[in-house]
Write a protein that binds this ligand. Sequence first.
Ligand code: PLP
Length: 397
Amino acid sequence: MTQLAERLSRISEPETIKMAKLSRELKAQGIDIADMSIGEPDFDTPAHIREAAKKAIDEGYTHYTPVAGYADLRQAVVHKLKRDNGLEYTPEQIIVSTGAKQSIANAVMSIVNPGDEVIIPTPYWVTYSELVKLCQGIVKFVPCSIENRYKITPEQLEAAITPKTKLFMFSSPCNPTGAVYSKDELAALATVFARHPQILIIADEIYEYINYVGKHESIAQFGELKDRVVIINGLSKGFAMTGWRLGYLAAPAAIAKAADKIQSQFTSATCSITQRAAITALTGDLTAPMAMVAEFKERRAFVYKALSDIPGLKVLEPEGAFYMFPDVSAFFGTAYEGNTINNATELCMYLLHKAHVSVVTGAAFQQPGCVRISYANSMERLAEGMKRLAEGLGKLK
Ligand code: PLP
């Protein structure tokens, strides 16, 4: 028998990816699935960015690049952080990677030692805890309540901190809840962090542009924290560029240097052509991404209304990202054809196989009473998905 490394037993495959795989398998069998499990914009990458990539190929940008990314790309990220966030960085503090996921991995590997505690408010994005476990850190989940719109309070944060706490990780806008932290809410958390100078913060801002309540706020804006925050961002969600693989971190120089060193042994760098296109994305005007956000906003209204009309679901109108995260626990204990549904995972399997609509179990995000519904799909497919969901749930008695 093949003896695999022990670290494999510490982590699991993301439930989101598992669900996408299952949906694909059913589709391959000719079954029409209303796919609401996907975590990516359905739009094509804007034309001016695609053109920049074609030009890069013709101009011969086909070789290895510096590990941290081309110098003018790192400068473009600096420009973006100033333009959109009012934050001052130098190119040495920017490391470009193959996606926000790799940037988070670089940061976690640069920061977490075995035995370090890492606070993660839940519901949270599936990858954070697994990366911490790969580094033999200790994950401390802090469950956030629907009453507080699934955001951690300063009191909860203070209570979770111990002398071993090394890192805090969160996303705003949040996947899976769509929660967006306001400036006041971040300031209140910053006050707690100010009392605990040993704690670093990973702020995942990949959904920055997909925000329906106003301006994006970064926790790095609080001067006393700037040297302790690693901002994670990238082009996947805001520019509909998931397949291009481009993320970046902006960090204190020592962490950026460490991320560069780690990345130099894993991927060397992301694709040269992607990098050239990214300069166009980051320095060009934002009409195209904002048009996508306007479209997401209409879909949000539609899906929110449809879910609110289904008896038994408890749903918040999300402030950002492209997910709804309804509480489905009213359906636990119901049955179909004599089979009882005991939890959200079983409910998702029932919906997939019997109603042909795919959504992701909240268990994946440490919120077992909920499911995640992505509205990154056309209005037509969303209407179909909502119909199947309502009918499927309606059959449970
Ligand atoms: N962070 C969050 C919160 C996400 O939801 C995702 C993708 O689903 C990522 C990071 C990964 O982004 P990328 O495709 O740039 O690696």
